[in-house]
Design a protein around this ligand. Structure first.
Ligand SMILES: [Zn+2]
Length: 572
């Protein structure tokens, strides 16, 4: 029997976070493959093993892109983020994301938490104040973010360059370089005015951050390499506050119109979401155990574009706080997912959106395909043909077929009850098959605990093959005519194999495996230590459920229109 994670290390509980999705639109497949599905698989695994685990997330709702979208739609930023939050939450639920809490950064609990965090650092004198010149719009009485500024490009003289970039020649710009800078909204002229902001001197924590990375040789190579590159260049002061109307206000006197930068306040969202969860449990102080007790293991699941914020900035903030916070024990960052061999583009609509997907297809098949192609060490590709092949060939023919054949056979010839079987009655063939699947289960655990989802599924797939081969070789369809006892023994072995397969597949395809768990008559809750029952313990005589086809074949008529839609987008 493989030991539980908490029996092997110094940690008693695991706090898992997924990067907060930005509430500016819907969730697409690229999001899922990086920060969400791998985390959900890991969390479900821990729950199955009876570990103490908390899975925290929420919508990231502040910043300029949100205000711009809201203005375009003629609604307030709060209306926009509430609508998108509800939609994101619904999509995630349909996809089987099992967050313990999914909050919003526009809620009061987050304002309180982020402001208190800032105050703690401020009162210790951690921040540096700097005064810079920025564009101010006299017509609107406010400082403008780069994207609200336009003017003539100093390089190509295009009249409509944006404050941060000229689309006509592709130059990256600083707004002060623009000739005749104007307010995007009303075209009025701007003037440079002095503004004072608070900066976090990240360099002050560089040595401790280097120690943190060095203490974790097990971190993924991409994460360590990114960090060492930044350390080599030297960490710079980073502005914590900015002039903007939509954000968490700076909790100091004379701060009119100043809010926190999203990079500072969004990761604190993990803490505020945990506080919200604790309050809902009726134990408002419980969040501290998850953030401040040294026997808590903190794991951040992210995409590779988020490594700096989770391996450098947020740890520096946690180190800077006067109270002792746990630091990340791991930051599994995934690479990106491409679509039909091309980069996803949300602006061109070249993406597969989760709400539309879920109207037509099963979440399990998508989870399986994304996990099987997980972009763990390099960018990976999603194609609809691969999706179809994984469903039909693997979920259907390998796993689904074994489940269906085994259970249907027992219903047909053994009244739906697990036949009499025993260890004593086993042949070498029986023993070999069980031993192989048990060995696979042990390998599977090692992979999951290293966040190697792809390798874990390969092992499960092998176990499925072992089961199918065993079914053919032990041939209950023949022995039922010649040796009913032998036939029953084979089916007993199949049932044990199905139970181990259920464990290996459940975190990946939870909807189907919850059904299998029920058909196998398991009494424990799969997600509350379902693993702990031992392995060979489906006894003879147990009544089994009548199976249904879990993963029906996907025909070309279902798949081709999806391919066609993306092809047309590429041609536009
Ligand atoms: Zn230009």
């Amino acid at each position: 029997m493989v030991r539980r994670p908490s029996e092997t290390g110094k940690f008693k509980r695991t706090l898992v976070t997924s990067a907060l999705p930005y509430a500016n639109g819907e969730i697409h497949l690229g999001h899922l493959a990086g920060a969400y599905l791998p985390a959900d698989i890991y969390v479900r695994y821990l729950r199955m093993r009876g570990e103490d685990v908390l899975y925290i997330c929420g919508s990231d709702e502040y910043g300029v892109p949100i205000t711009m979208t809201a203005e375009k739609e003629g609604i307030t930023p709060k209306e926009l983020v509430d609508r998108n939050h509800a939609s994101i939450k619904k999509s995630f639920a349909g996809f089987g994301m099992s967050f313990d809490n999914f909050s919003q950064t526009s809620r009061a609990v987050h304002t309180d938490t982020a402001q208190a965090f800032f105050k703690d650092l401020h009162d210790q004198g951690v921040f540096r104040q700097k005064t810079t010149e920025q564009f101010y719009s006299p017509s609107q009485n406010r400082f403008l973010a780069d994207r609200y500024i336009e003017g003539t490009c100093p390089r190509c003289s295009s009249a409509n360059a944006r404050g941060d970039q000229c689309e006509s020649c592709g130059s990256t710009l600083d707004p002060t370089e623009l000739l005749d800078p104007r307010n995007v909204q009303d075209g009025s002229p701007l003037e440079l005015r002095e503004t004072t902001h608070w900066f976090l001197p990240l360099g002050d924590w560089q040595e401790r951050l280097i120690d943190l990375v060095d203490a974790h040789p097990e971190w993924k190579d991409n994460v360590k390499q990114y960090c060492r590159g930044w350390f080599k260049d030297g960490l710079q002061d980073r502005a914590v506050t900015r002039d903007l109307g939509w954000g968490v206000p700076v909790p100091l006197p004379d701060h009119d119109g100043k809010v926190f930068y999203v990079w500072f306040e969004a990761p604190i969202g993990y803490i505020s979401s945990t506080r919200e969860w604790a309050a809902a449990q009726g134990d408002p102080e419980a969040w501290k155990t998850w953030w401040q007790s040294p026997d808590t293991r903190l794991v951040h699941f992210i995409g590779k574009d988020n490594v700096f914020f989770h391996a450098v900035m947020f740890p520096a903030m946690l180190m800077a706080h006067s109270e002792d916070y746990v630091l990340p024990d791991n930051v599994p960052a995934n690479e990106f997912l491409n679509l039909e061999g091309q980069k996803l583009s949300t602006s061109r609509g070249f993406a597969v959106w989760l709400p539309e997907f879920l109207e037509k297809f099963q979440a399990d098949t998508l989870r399986y395909t994304l996990a099987r192609n997980a972009p763990e060490t390099r960018d990976m590709n999603f194609t609809w043909e691969n999706f179809q092949a994984r469903n039909n060939g693997e979920l259907g023919n390998n796993f689904g077929n074994l489940i269906n054949r085994g259970l249907t056979f027992i219903h047909k010839f053994f009244d739906g009850q697990v036949p009499a079987w025993s260890e004593d009655g086993m042949t070498d063939l029986d023993r070999k098959a069980l031993a192989e699947v048990e060995a696979d289960l042990a390998k599977w655990v090692v992979h999951i605990e290293r966040f190697e989802i792809k390798a874990a599924i390969e092992v499960a797939f092998h176990a499925g093959n072992v089961g199918n081969t065993y079914f053919q070789e032990s041939a209950p369809f023949n022995t039922r005519k010649t040796d009913m006892e032998r036939c029953g023994q084979s089916l007993g072995v199949i049932v044990q194999i199905l139970r181990m397969l259920a464990l290996m597949l459940a975190p990946v395809v939870p909807f189907g495996m919850e059904k299998l768990w029920e058909w196998l008559g398991m009494e424990t809750d799969l997600w509350q230590g379902g693993w702990a029952e031992g392995i060979l313990d489906i006894p003879a005589g147990r009544a089994l459920g009548v199976p249904e086809v879990l993963y029906p074949k996907l025909d070309d008529e279902m798949i081709q229109p999806e391919i066609e839609r993306l092809r047309q987008l590429l041609e536009e």
